[in-house]
Design a protein around this ligand. Structure first.
Ligand SMILES: Cc1ncc(COP(=O)(O)O)c(C=O)c1O
Length: 399
């Protein structure tokens, strides 16, 4: 009977009938996983080089996550933020100590983290509502975060949005300096832009943002929802730049696969947020925070691996680029890579899927890789081989 049929065809049919069509799903049915492997409904293995879009940093079925889930299953799954529970403080202490910042607030998602950071910036800068953000940035889908997202197609159907956002080109120092004034409440930047196609921001640009924020009192927020928590080889991407923001927003891997986001604030925001200013029913869920502490501790151990694997993989990608005229550019570090192609990336991603490799895309022509930190070299080598065969034997560029 259809109601209990979980075959791929029945799953797709039921979704078509009963779900809102917000996603253009690929007909791929992962049902289980282990480490960097996913297995589809027929048991076929795939290398998971997208990691649930930067979420599954410890791979699938990580023994410590599984054990904690089992241990906590008979504990409190929810308590409300009216009362105390050890889990939030344990994770907050880790985030605060590692970032050198002061305090954390927990929510459920990336977009909520940016909403909260925007509200906190308003509290610190009463009467100021101007925000500077970047073209092709992505900060989330709720109205505040969407208002700061520099992708017209995402914003336009929902206009009018929160007013007062100026979008400038990434890495344009002159435009940044001109845009930030005494009226600016906050500056939102992704140190490595994810949805925008894996665009690392220049240290000079971040330094100029820091200087302009200091000059005007604007709050500098780094959205590390995609590039943070070990992704680029350090716990926070900003550590590699020497530029410290006033707040950093986190989500994606933070809850070990459960919904969890955070804003970690520094001195410029300390003392402004009072009881009643902000809150959430589910944010900082005990189970998600328990998993978060494990994600944090395991990630810290994996950082050297992310760095060395990233250096090796970057070299391999550049060698492939030298062999293939279909590759226009290779950008990234650690285990966050964008491969810009001369053709639509979605068709290439579909072909890679047929080769047993899951990758993502960004913008029209960028393949996006955000694999688990436990991904073996073999998986990345197989990806290089598969990509080369999918792109076909292309002209020798050196000739
Ligand atoms: C940099 C960045 N900020 C914010 C978000 C929004 O996060 P969420 O989908 O959890 O709301 C994303 C999601 O892709 C992101 O990559």
């Amino acid at each position: 009977m259809l109601l209990h049929d979980e075959s791929p065809l029945a799953v797709e049919e039921r979704e078509r009938a009963f779900l809102l069509g917000t996603y253009n799903r690929t007909p791929f049915h992962p049902r289980s996983g282990r480490g960097a492997h996913l297995f589809d409904a027929d048991g076929k293995p795939y290398w998971d080089l997208l990691g649930g879009i930067a979420v599954n940093v410890l791979g699938h079925r990580h023994p410590r996550l599984v054990k904690t889930l089992r241990d906590e299953a008979t504990g409190l799954l929810h308590i409300s933020n009216l009362y105390y529970h050890p889990a939030q403080g344990l994770l907050a202490e880790r985030l605060v100590r590692a970032s050198g910042m002061l305090r954390a607030f927990f929510c459920n998602s990336g977009t909520e983290a940016n909403e909260a950071a925007l509200k906190f910036a308003r509290l610190a800068n009463p009467g100021r509502s101007h925000v500077v953000a970047l073209k092709e940035s992505f900060h989330g889908r709720t109205l505040g975060s969407l208002s700061m997202t520099g992708h017209d197609a995402y914003r336009e159907p929902f206009a009018p949005l929160v007013p007062g956002v100026t979008f400038i080109e990434p890495n344009d120092v002159a435009a940044l300096e001109a845009a930030i004034t005494e009226e600016t409440c906050a500056i939102f930047l992704e140190p490595v832009m994810g949805e925008g196609g894996i665009i690392p921001l220049d240290v000079d640009f971040l330094a100029a943002a820091r200087k302009a924020a200091d000059r005007t009192g604007a709050i500098l927020v780094f959205d590390e929802i995609q590039c943070g928590l070990g992704r680029t080889g350090t716990m926070f991407a900003f550590e590699q730049t020497g530029i410290v923001p006033d707040a950093v927003t986190l989500a994606k891997p933070l809850g070990g696969g459960l919904p969890l986001g955070a804003v970690v604030i520094g001195p410029a925001l300390d003392g402004f947020v009072k009881p009643g200013h902000h809150g959430t029913t589910f944010g900082g869920n005990p189970l998600a925070c328990r998993l978060g502490a494990i994600v944090f501790d395991e990630t810290r151990k994996l950082l050297p691996r992310v760095q060395t694997m990233g250096d090796w993989f970057g070299n391999e990608l550049r060698k492939l680029q030298a062999r293939s005229s279909a590759i226009v550019d290779v950008r990234g570090s650690g285990l966050m890579w964008g491969i810009e192609l001369d053709r639509p990336a979605s068709a290439v991603a579909r072909e890679l899927l047929a080769h047993g490799i899951v990758v993502g895309t960004a913008r029209e022509k960028v393949l996006r890789l955000l694999p688990p930190y436990v991904t073996p070299k073999k998986a990345l080598s197989e990806f290089i081989g598969a990509l080369e065969s999918v792109l076909g034997v292309t002209t020798e560029k050196a000739a």
